[in-house]
Design a protein around this ligand. Structure first.
Ligand SMILES: Nc1ncnc2c1ncn2[C@@H]1O[C@H](COP(=O)(O)OP(=O)(O)OP(=O)(O)O)[C@@H](O)[C@H]1O
Ligand SMILES: [Mg+2]
Length: 653
């Protein structure tokens, strides 16, 4: 509903007679209630300016920034609907696509906007998130995640369905967002009937304005409600402890009723903090009021998240000023608030980087490239990234993908690569999973893969180190840590997914449980590609050998050789490393495959498995060709093995 139409009717006059043009029904009382507060939002006064910019053909992109709660997400999408209805030729109306990086946000904002325009969700206003479609032929405004829009580009490369695309919460800088921005910039060059709105709560919008050839920027000042900010005078050693203490203190001393929102970095921390707050308050007895504590995190079932309130789940531990600023904003969303920062003001000013690193610079570049290739974006060197990765890192990642046979020598994605891109895994893991079918052990590799993807499964509490270490021994496998993880997973399933069993055996229940969930997801992807899920007979002598070979098929680039001097040298970059003390290998094999390179005071390789040199040469002959190898002891051994395998006809010369 646009302001212009509203003015024409006059609010409050003959309410009963006003008809919602979208539904043909009279507006409900709820509509007027919401309308009153909508018109008071800080952004409301910018509608005219926005409309003027939208009318100008030479302005394809508009950037909008404003404090959280000022009305960006809920109002601008409605303005865009108005624009489409105003300008579309009859019958030619296209959609408004509103992109949010998080599923819960897409869903809750859609619901809110549907309420505000007085329609049923799924009709004129809908959403589309993974595993959930809530839209129809009637839908004019569709909320979707960036991942969903990326999928649409495959079948609709110019986004012809849309006449306006709103990229919201752009400061989150997810990988999908970054790729989409690059694509949209190109699409805008070719479609003059497409408008792009870029929105952000924080001020890096200036950067995006520049990226889109100095697009006009609407900056909405002011907050809905005041928020007072408090810092701790001294740095806190234990911020969980500090958070608990602060919450209890607020609960005891607050004069007004209200809610407290605590931002933490991870699931365990959240659960732990909830428990401790409850305990502390219970301890104080009847003198203090009761407190209700709810956890909220991204893996909580989506309806439970949405039920609580519209909010972003906690972020990773990456402290950035933009985040802190946005979180303070959360406090002032529905009323005045206070924000207690558990760091010092000095730290805020001097130690925090301004913004989180975009995901594209944090994540495995191989995955990024594979996904882009899959989308048909071939020229990565000239792709217009907002924050381009270095050419060197692009080149290295391409090389890796080539060794994994995900792209061919011309840089084109292969059938295997295209399959790998469908797995939400780093390329090496994806390759390992796919290859495991040939080694007759895809069931086991799938389990190992999932155990590698989740946080540490072995718990080692400070007060029970020895007990924990002793408990770990019962799972230990002679050939290494990957197989040990497999033993843990099998034991967990044998004990009926029991949290109690986990607790008694120093296993992190949440981790294995989440591994189990990921396993189901990955299984479905395997089924889609008819990748058979197989196991070798457990009593066969090949059972474990096959699994280790499949590990090599994915991770041949991560092997280390024990030199005569007794230390290990990684083949790829010739680093001296030690086996991590957590390993359950009780011997020092000549060759190990590792999952992770850890740099502390010393260099370690963590999660290691004993492998045979013959396997690496046979499984990855291109990688272990001698011209690729630096001069070292290992090179001479590899050359000998290669010659031997050729002589036996197991390898082509
Ligand atoms: N689900 C909801 N329930 C109640 N009020 C809501 C809801 N969603 C939005 N509002 C109200 O509408 C206002 C505008 O919300 P909107 O989401 O459009 O803000 P925003 O500028 O996009 O903020 P952010 O940067 O946090 O995304 C809020 O201040 C709040 O008062
Ligand atoms: Mg918003």
């Amino acid at each position: 509903m646009g302001d212009s139409q509203r003015r024409g009717h006059g609010i409050g006059k003959n309410r009963q007679d006003l008809i919602n043009p979208m539904t043909g029904n009279p507006y409900t009382p709820r509509y007027y209630e919401l309308l009153k507060s909508r018109l008071k939002l800080p952004i409301a006064t910018y509608k005219q300016k926005f409309d003027e910019l939208m009318e100008r053909p030479e302005v394809p992109v508009i950037c909008i920034t404003g404090e959280t709660g000022c009305g960006k997400s809920t109002q601008v999408s409605q303005w865009c609907m108005d624009y489409v209805n105003r300008t579309a030729l009859t019958g030619a109306r296209k959609m408004v696509g509103h992109i949010l990086p998080r599923r819960v946000a897409a869903m809750t904002v859609a619901q809110r906007v549907a309420d505000e325009v007085d329609v049923q969700i799924g009709q004129q206003v809908g959403y589309h998130i993974r595993f959930e479609e809530m839209f129809s032929k009637m839908t004019q405004l569709k909320f979707l995640t960036d991942g969903m829009l990326l999928r649409e580009i495959i079948s609709d490369p110019f986004f012809e369905k849309y006449s306006v695309i709103i990229m919201d919460e752009i400061h989150e800088r997810t990988l999908a967002t970054d790729i989409l921005l690059g694509c949209l910039k190109e699409i805008l060059r070719q479609r003059d009937d497409l408008k792009l709105i870029v929105m952000s709560a924080t001020l890096d919008a200036g950067k995006f304005s520049k990226y889109f050839n100095d697009a006009p920027l609407i900056a909405v000042p002011g907050k809905t409600y005041p928020v007072d900010i408090f810092y701790v005078p001294e740095p806190e050693k234990d911020y969980v402890e500090a958070a608990v203490r602060t919450v209890v203190q607020i609960h005891l001393t607050a004069e007004e009723p209200g809610d407290i929102l605590v931002f933490l970095t991870g699931l365990d921390e959240i659960e732990d903090t909830c428990k401790r707050i409850k305990e502390e308050v219970d301890k104080m007895g009847d003198d203090v009021g009761d407190i209700k504590v709810f956890p909220l995190y991204s893996t909580l079932p989506i309806n439970q998240q949405a039920k609580l309130f519209e909010s972003r789940p906690p972020d990773k531990a990456n402290g950035a000023r933009a985040n802190a600023q946005q979180r303070a904003g959360r406090a002032g969303r529905t009323g005045p608030g206070k924000c207690f920062r558990l760091f010092t003001e000095k730290a805020y000013q001097s130690e925090m980087q301004d913004f989180v690193y975009p995901e594209i610079l944090r994540s495995n570049l191989g995955s990024v490239i594979l996904n882009m290739k899959k989308l048909g974006i071939d020229d990565l060197i000239h792709f217009d990234f907002v924050d381009p990765p270095s050419p060197q890192s692009l080149f290295t990642a391409m090389e890796t993908l080539n060794y994994l046979a995900a792209i061919n020598d011309d840089g084109d994605i292969t059938e295997l690569g295209s399959m790998m891109a469908e797995f939400p895994l780093d390329p090496q893991l994806a390759k390992m999973v796919i290859a495991s079918c040939e080694y007759n052990c895809s069931n086991e590799i799938l389990s190992i893969c999932c155990m590698l993807t989740v946080p540490q499964v072995f718990v080692r509490p400070a007060e029970a180190r020895r007990a924990a270490d002793e408990s770990k021994i019962q799972f230990a496998h002679l050939d290494g840590d990957h197989l040990t993880l497999l033993n843990v997973y099998h034991a967990f399933k044998q004990h009926g997914d029991s949290p109690q069993w986990c607790y008694e055996n120093f296993i992190n229940f949440r981790s294995v449980q989440s591994a189990d969930g990921i396993r189901q997801q990955l299984s479905r992807i395997m089924d889609r590609f008819s990748l058979p899920r197989r196991s070798c007979d457990f009593t066969s002598k090949d059972y474990y050998t096959n699994i280790r070979k499949a590990l090599v098929a994915g991770f041949f680039m991560q092997v280390a050789h024990k030199e005569k001097s007794g230390h290990y040298l990684t083949i790829k970059d010739q680093q001296i490393v030690q086996l991590h003390p957590s390993t359950c290998l009780d011997h020092k094999p000549d060759w190990v495959l590792y999952n992770e390179f850890v740099v502390t005071a010393k260099n370690y390789v963590r999660t290691t498995t004993d492998i045979k040199v013959d396997w690496v040469v046979e499984i990855a002959p291109a990688y272990f060709q001698s011209e690729n190898l630096p001069n070292c002891e290992a090179k001479r051994i590899l050359e000998k093995v290669r010659a031997k395998l050729i002589a036996r006809g197991r390898l082509k010369a």
